[in-house]
Ligand binder design. Structure first.
Ligand SMILES: *Cc1c(COP(=O)(O)O)cnc(C)c1O
Length: 421
């Protein structure tokens, strides 16, 4: 459920008309709803209410905006970060270091040092050479790094290939069959404190079966590791729960069903459970608001050319992702159209042959469910400034990231004297 609703024929976010934001800030613009964020955190937490003190670490890469992170921090969430930059943004937004977990296959020594200085809760290691490097860095600082290995359970998540992470051919984690050897080696590294096991098999999962298969493997591994004398105190079950994008498809499993499955599968593990939800917290809490530049005749259907493009919302071109596209002031008629951006790439296509509200030049449209992996993936291709972001709460709203002036792009380059001549 979200808080983007029509009131008197005009889409509002909470109590704010979307058109008012477009008029004040211009388009394209990302708009986030605080009430939706709050609701999603509550639903996820309720789903895990039978677990003792779970750590819910929001996957910052889904939406690293400072105001969004600060909202989630106030609600008590931790953070799952995948770079030094994300770590610093999480801390700047008020997320305590003892609720931060650091994932990713390519952590550098510098990023490890930064995370150790702040005293984060856990490093999720993804290879043996990484374990060796972290041990060295920790020793050089007189510390011990709390670690888990991310295991690759060789489970097919059944999602888009570019967001599957738990198959043996993927770059993530250590091979399940080698885990006991890797853990034994890690125990001998003097800069590490081996405390847990982690797994994350992919994103936008629409079936609990592969998640359950992965968690069962984690449970079996915990038992084997304890048999080998390891003191396993944490199990990080990652993120990945899908959200509804296309209303004509079945709804992905709800957090309640996920929580029920987790509670059943992890019964008796005797660890602190950790979770890294991203999309399920922020996906439906955001929309990308855009204006129709013009409508152009196409061979089969008209092209609706909007002022948002693949640089603002990359998911359709990257993953063939489907976003619902709604008129802000629907006129009550529907027709088939192709929705495209102005960028000079055929991939700059949001929808082909889409049955949607009839719109014309000057009308506003919203790309729904754009709160996750939206603004965070934006770039400046075609020299388009980064998309601004707005946060709404009840009848209040604020720009939480301003649209940079085009001068910032130009002045960001420097032209050496020998080029100027
Ligand atoms: C991306 C990612 C997540 C979040 O995935 P969602 O599908 O957004 O829930 C969690 N953990 C890790 C390690 C990730 O890379």
């Amino acid at each position: 459920m979200d808080h983007f609703d029509y009131v008197n024929g005009a889409m509002h976010v909470e109590q704010v008309p979307m058109a008012a934001i477009a008029d004040a800030v211009g388009t394209p613009v990302y708009i986030y709803s605080t009430a939706t964020l709050t609701r999603h955190v509550g639903v996820f937490r309720d789903a895990l209410s039978r677990l003792a003190d779970p750590l819910i670490a929001f996957a910052v890469k889904a939406n690293p905006n400072g105001a969004v992170l600060a909202t989630l921090a106030k609600l008590g969430l931790g953070a799952d970060v995948v770079s030094g930059g994300e770590l610093m943004r999480a801390i700047a937004a008020g997320i305590p270091a003892n609720r931060i977990v650091f994932s990713g296959v390519g952590k550098t020594a510098e990023e490890m040092r930064l995370a150790l200085e702040h005293g984060i809760f856990q490093f999720n290691l993804e290879s043996e050479p990484e374990a060796e490097m972290l041990s060295d860095v920790a020793l050089s600082m007189g510390r011990k790094a709390p670690v888990a290995y991310r295991i690759n359970p060789d489970v097919d998540a059944g999602t888009h290939a570019k967001i599957s992470t738990g198959k043996s051919e993927n770059k993530f984690g250590i091979p399940y069959d080698r885990a006991l050897v890797s853990y034994a080696a890690a125990r001998d590294l003097p800069g590490l404190d081996v405390q847990g096991v982690a797994v994350h098999i992919g994103s936008q999962l629409t079936d609990l079966t592969p998640l359950e298969a992965a968690f069962v493997k984690v449970g079996a591994l915990i038992e084997q590791l304890r048999g080998d004398g390891h003191d396993i105190r944490t199990a990080d079950l990652g993120g990945g729960l899908g959200v509804p994008y296309d209303p004509s498809l079945p709804i992905p499993p709800l957090p309640a069903a996920y929580g029920e499955m987790v509670t059943r599968v992890t019964d008796g593990w005797n660890v602190r459970l950790m979770f890294e939800p991203g999309r399920v917290i922020v996906g439906n809490a955001g929309a990308l608001l855009s204006r129709v530049v013009r409508v152009k005749q196409g061979a089969q259907a008209p092209f609706v050319i909007v002022d948002a493009a693949m640089n603002d919302l990359m998911r359709p071109s990257l993953y063939d992702a489907w976003h619902d596209i709604r008129a802000i002031h629907p006129v009550g008629q529907r027709a088939t159209a192709n929705v495209v951006g102005p960028v000079c790439e055929t991939g700059d296509t949001f929808a082909m042959h889409r049955d949607m509200d009839v719109v014309q030049a000057g009308d506003l449209v919203a790309f729904m469910t754009a709160g996750a992996y939206g603004a965070t993936m934006a770039g400046t291709y075609n020299s388009r400034p980064l998309t601004p972001e707005v946060l709404v709460s009840d009848d209040k709203w604020a720009v939480v990231r301003a649209r940079p002036p085009i001068e910032a792009l130009i002045e960001g380059d420097s032209i050496p004297d020998w080029v100027r001549g």
